[in-house]
Structure formats: structure tokens, C-alpha cells
Design a protein around this ligand. Structure first.
Ligand SMILES: *Cc1c(COP(=O)(O)O)cnc(C)c1O
Length: 354
């Protein structure tokens, strides 16, 4: 039996091949479990497991609206933000349309596009950072959606709000701009949020519980959408997409902003200390606004050797060959002891070559 052609040509999803005995720094999971409020909320929700979940995510949406000052009706929730990315592609990318993003953008943007049978264009980044002018110049009449992860994964770099506004102003009105802020909590408060751009009617902002909130296993993402787009996405989303337990836990952990902010600040401290040590032995580490860093080695072989040495220390980072960055490793920020071990290992092997 043959699948449809645009599925047949896709490569199987490749997770980092990490033996279970390794400590994983490969998936950008939080090193810290979710707020203790999570367990309490889950216990309560489990006794309602005979019921289908709330298709309107009412309690969760009201917490999101209160925390971020966005209208409740503009919020849609997904089984991870990946489901929302997939629903956007399914709703707006036909076989003659094109998606536009940057060369090191989150790979699922491409996968979702391919699953819709559409094509994509990639533009170069500048110094591992999204280049807004290159995106504007590369948009063609067939371009229907532009995806920008800000901060980027796997680069960790961030462009400011002014650059995003310039991008929006430079694109045609009928091009949808999707701003994926999976790591947005790591720079919330640094400048005005981007949620107000949604009022333009052609722009949307995605967030997730998987990173700063430490709930990757729950599969909860959300976004703020223009009304007309939300109406279409609703047709595509599974009406029971987020389980009752996940909705309850997500509402509880988002209500505990103090805990999440503490996670973000602990993570940022560990990240910056780790990056400083690596820069100290001459490794290039772009400034990250996330819970991971990209480590740039001088050659592909140096990255592969570092990966082997780290595995010898029981630590598994993510190789970046799939992103066209075979000379890089991406390191999720783990606990202090793990990051110390990883930094010491890299200092040892990189130091030897100098
Ligand atoms: C982790 C990540 C996501 C996916 O998150 P889920 O909500 O777990 O599906 C989306 N975009 C980027 C850029 C990410 O790094």
C-alpha cells in the first residue's frame, strides 16, 4: 500500500538517539518539574475522567487571558503548539501555496507544510539570527504563511519587537505571519509583548506550556488568533484535543506565575554561567533567550568528537546535522551538577586542541 506522495517522501521523525542511561540535554525540556500545584489539579481532574474534556478550554483560557491581558475568545489551545502549527498549515496552505521561513527555523514548520502538500522557501539568517529584510525580500505572490520562531530554536537568538513590526509592515496584508514564542516567557517583561499585533487580522502568536512551565508531557500549547482565522482553525482542530487532566494542570501551573518565573531565572543563571565557561575556551555560543544554548564548534568533526566525549560522561546533547548545522550541538540547560560536568568535559577536550 502506498501513502499519498507528499507523505511518502517525508523522512521518519528523528529523535535524538539517546540510550536511556544518558542524561538527556537533547529536547529542551525544563530541568525542573512543574509547580506543585500541578499534582493537586491532576488528582482533582482524574475523578472526572469519564467525561470528555471541555472543548472550549474555558478555565485554561480564562487564566491565559488574565495573565497576558488578551481577549479570551482570541485564544485557542492545542495538543502542544505543534498541533496549532499543523492546523494553520492544514487550513491555509494549499498545493499551490508556499510557506516562507528562515534556514535554521524550527523544523516542524517545514514538516507541517509538507503534510499539507505545499512547498516552502528558506532564507538565510545573519549571524544565526532571523534576518527580517531577507524575509521581506524573499516573499513571493504565492507566499501564504511566514513562520518566525522568536527566540529561534535551535539558535536561541531573539529579534526585538521593532524588527517584528518591520517584518509585518514589509509583508503584503494577505500574508499570514505566525510568531512562535515557545520560549517567550524567558524574555517576558524585557519589552512590550507582541500580542497586540494580532489585532491587525493577519498575525498570530503561539506559546506553549512545554518549556518554561515544565509541562512538555502534558501536551498543551496555545495561541492568540484573529477571529476569522480562529473560526477556520476550530474546524480543523480535534474538538477534544486537550485532555481534561492537561487543561486542569495547565490552568493551575499558569496561575502559579511565581514558580514559573523562578524556573526561568534559575535556568537563565545556569545557562549564562555555562555559556561563559564555554566562551572561555574559545567556543562560540550565541546569546540565548531560551532554556538551551547552541554550541558552535570549529568543524563538524570537532562537534562529533565533543558529542562522543559528552556521552562518555553520561550526557546526551542534540546533534544539529538535521538543521544544516553539523558543526554545532544544542545543549538544553540541565541542573547545576549536570551543566558543571558538561562544561568541564568541553573545557578539557577543547582546551587540548588549542
Ligand atoms: C518546543 C517548541 C515547540 C513545540 O512545543 P509543543 O507545545 O510541545 O508542541 C514549538 N516551537 C518551537 C520553536 C519549539 O522549540
Amino acid at each position: 500500500m502506498k501513502p499519498v506522495p507528499h507523505v511518502g517522501v517525508l523522512a521518519p521523525y528523528a529523535l535524538a538517539d539517546l540510550p536511556p542511561e544518558l542524561t538527556s540535554l537533547a529536547q529542551n525540556e525544563s530541568f525542573r518539574p512543574p509547580s506543585p500545584k500541578a499534582v493537586e489539579a491532576a488528582r482533582g481532574a482524574l475523578s472526572d475522567a469519564h467525561l470528555y474534556p471541555d472543548p472550549d478550554w474555558t478555565a485554561l483560557r480564562s487564566v491565559i487571558a488574565a495573565v497576558h491581558g488578551v481577549p479570551e475568545q482570541a485564544v485557542l489551545c492545542g495538543a502542544g503548539s505543534m498541533e496549532l502549527i499543523g492546523a494553520l498549515a492544514a487550513s491555509y496552505l494549499g498545493s499551490t501555496d508556499r510557506m516562507l521561513t528562515t534556514e535554521y527555523a524550527y523544523l516542524y514548520f517545514r514538516t507541517a507544510t509538507q503534510l499539507s502538500g505545499a512547498a516552502f522557501d528558506l532564507v538565510g539568517e545573519r549571524d544565526l539570527t532571523v534576518d527580517v529584510d531577507a524575509l521581506i525580500a524573499a516573499a513571493r505572490p504565492e507566499t501564504k504563511i511566514v513562520f518566525v520562531a522568536n527566540p529561534g530554536n535551535p539558535t536561541g537568538t531573539r529579534i526585538d519587537r521593532d524588527a517584528l513590526v518591520r517584518l509585518r509592515d514589509g509583508l503584503a496584508e494577505d500574508v499570514l505571519l505566525v510568531i512562535d514564542e515557545a520560549y517567550g516567557e524567558f524574555s517576558d517583561g524585557a519589552e512590550a509583548s507582541t500580542f497586540d499585533l494580532v489585532e491587525r487580522g493577519n498575525t498570530m502568536v503561539l506559546r506553549t506550556l512545554s518549556k518554561a512551565y515544565g509541562c512538555a508531557g502534558l501536551r498543551v500549547g496555545w495561541g492568540v488568533f484573529p477571529t476569522a482565522i480562529a473560526t477556520e482553525l476550530r474546524k480543523v482542530l480535534n474538538p477534544n484535543n486537550v485532555s481534561g487532566v492537561s487543561q486542569s494542570v495547565a490552568a493551575a501551573v499558569m496561575s502559579d506565575q511565581a514558580y514559573m518565573c523562578e524556573t526561568v531565572s534559575m535556568t537563565a543563571d545556569l545557562r549564562d554561567r555555562f555559556a561563559t565557561r564555554l566562551r572561555g575556551v574559545g567556543l562560540k555560543v550565541p546569546v540565548s533567550a531560551t532554556n538551551f544554548v547552541l554550541i558552535v564548534f570549529s568543524t563538524d568533526q570537532a562537534a562529533a568528537e565533543a558529542d562522543q566525549a559528552l556521552r562518555g560522561e553520561g550526557i546526551g546533547m542534540r546533534g544539529m546535522g538535521g538543521y544544516g548545522l553539523p558543526h554545532c550541538l544544542r545543549a538544553t540547560i540541565g541542573d547545576a551538577a549536570t551543566m558543571d560536568r558538561a562544561a568541564a568535559c568541553l573545557e578539557r577536550i577543547v582546551g587540548v586542541g588549542r
